[in-house]
Design a protein around this ligand. Structure first.
Ligand code: AHG
Ligand code: MN
Ligand code: MN
Length: 336
């Protein structure tokens, strides 16, 4: 039986959907970096990769060793290939400049190198999330510094988005804007093999994901919605709901892509100045593109996430995503 590897899928996309060769190469290199991160993650205590650094990232979060290692793996893999005008990451304050000795290219790559950091040391699934934008015309120059502005494009402009999940299996889930494909890492072959050909999010669901410990800080529409979910069959929604919260967005979204559900990280009153915890550019936007491409929906409670005009590289956003019916319901509660 001939198997479709990621490389073969990408070549087929070049033929059938005019995927440019440099975008194909870029995705291949990101996938290669994810393989290296997967190896590092799976070594755990044997590889000395667990635990924290003594540093904080720009968001004031303590960095884990694997946050820093994964960031370096992604930078080193991607900086020399000539496909990128620049990169941005959760772990770096400013845009990363392609070193002068390397050619520059047409794309911008953004990533959350290690998502779910709090789960690293407890051997629970973590992942890498990435988003690819085209660099606006004027940022092409070989000599100029790349500014933050080039990245501040709405999620609708993403040309590719994906994540790798490092769980019982390592998988790469990818969209190039025409559906969502899932590839499982075959460790003997060293290749990602297409195993999930057309991932669709069921429209209806009876499963929700939210960190309930923040309940007292939520805004009224979220309180109302979750109360209704908890009321079950006797409540206004007339059915019993189950709850899951892994605290790795990658793992929660992967479950939702597999069997449906709604994921919520609303804004709350703990830090009133911040519109949520998750980051728009390299968490919410790529995940929203994947979810929409799989037939689901993603909003910030008011608007479609992919339509938001970003103001800053590390901007935060409230997130409601997953099965359409439930995302529309909770978004409706914010409007009424
Ligand atoms: P990161 O590890 O990249 O900082 O992201 C963690 C995020 C996300 O993956 C997860 O959904 C959420 O934080 C969990 O937050 P709580 O610990 O507040 O539940
Ligand atoms: Mn994250
Ligand atoms: Mn992270």
């Amino acid at each position: 039986m001939s198997r479709t590897t990621l490389s073969r899928y990408l070549i087929e996309q070049t033929r059938s959907h005019n995927t440019p060769a440099d975008l194909r190469f870029l995705v291949e290199v990101v996938a290669r970096a994810c393989k290296a991160i997967s190896h590092a993650v799976s070594k755990g205590a044997l590889g000395g990769v667990l635990g924290s650094m003594e540093t904080e990232n720009v968001q004031g979060e303590v960095q884990k060793k694997l946050d820093v290692m994964s960031n370096e793996i992604l930078l080193e893999a991607n900086e020399w290939g000539g496909t990128l005008a620049g990169m941005a990451s959760e772990e770096m304050d400013k845009a990363y400049q392609i070193p002068g000795q390397y050619p520059k290219g047409a794309y911008l790559l953004m990533f959350d190198p290690l998502d779910g950091s709090s789960n690293i040391d407890v051997n629970v699934s973590v992942g890498t999330i990435f988003s690819v934008l085209r660099c606006p015309g004027e940022c092409f120059s070989q000599n100029d510094m790349l500014g933050e502005d080039a990245f501040l494009q709405p999620g609708t402009r993403q040309v590719a988005a994906g994540y790798a999940i490092y769980g019982p299996q390592t998988m790469l889930v990818l969209t190039l804007g025409n559906g969502v494909k899932g590839f499982t890492l075959d460790r003997e072959l060293g290749s990602f093999v297409l195993t999930h050909d057309d991932i669709r999010v069921p429209e209806r669901t009876a499963e929700f994901a939210i960190n309930m410990s923040n309940q007292r800080h939520w805004e009224a529409p979220v309180k109302r919605y979750v109360e209704e979910l908890l009321a079950g069959q006797e409540g206004p929604l007339g059915k019993n709901y189950n709850m899951r919260w892994i605290a790795s967005m990658v793992a929660d979204v992967h479950r939702i892509l597999t069997r449906g559900g709604i994921f919520m990280y609303p804004r709350d009153a703990r830090e009133p100045g911040k519109p949520g915890k998750l980051r728009l550019m390299y968490e919410a936007n790529p995940m929203s593109m994947i979810i929409e491409q799989a037939g689901g929906a993603a909003t910030n409670g008011h608007e479609r996430i992919l339509d938001l005009q970003p103001q800053a590289l590390h901007e935060r956003v409230a997130v409601f995503l997953g099965s359409k019916e439930e995302v529309e319901r909770v978004t409706g509660y914010h409007r009424s």
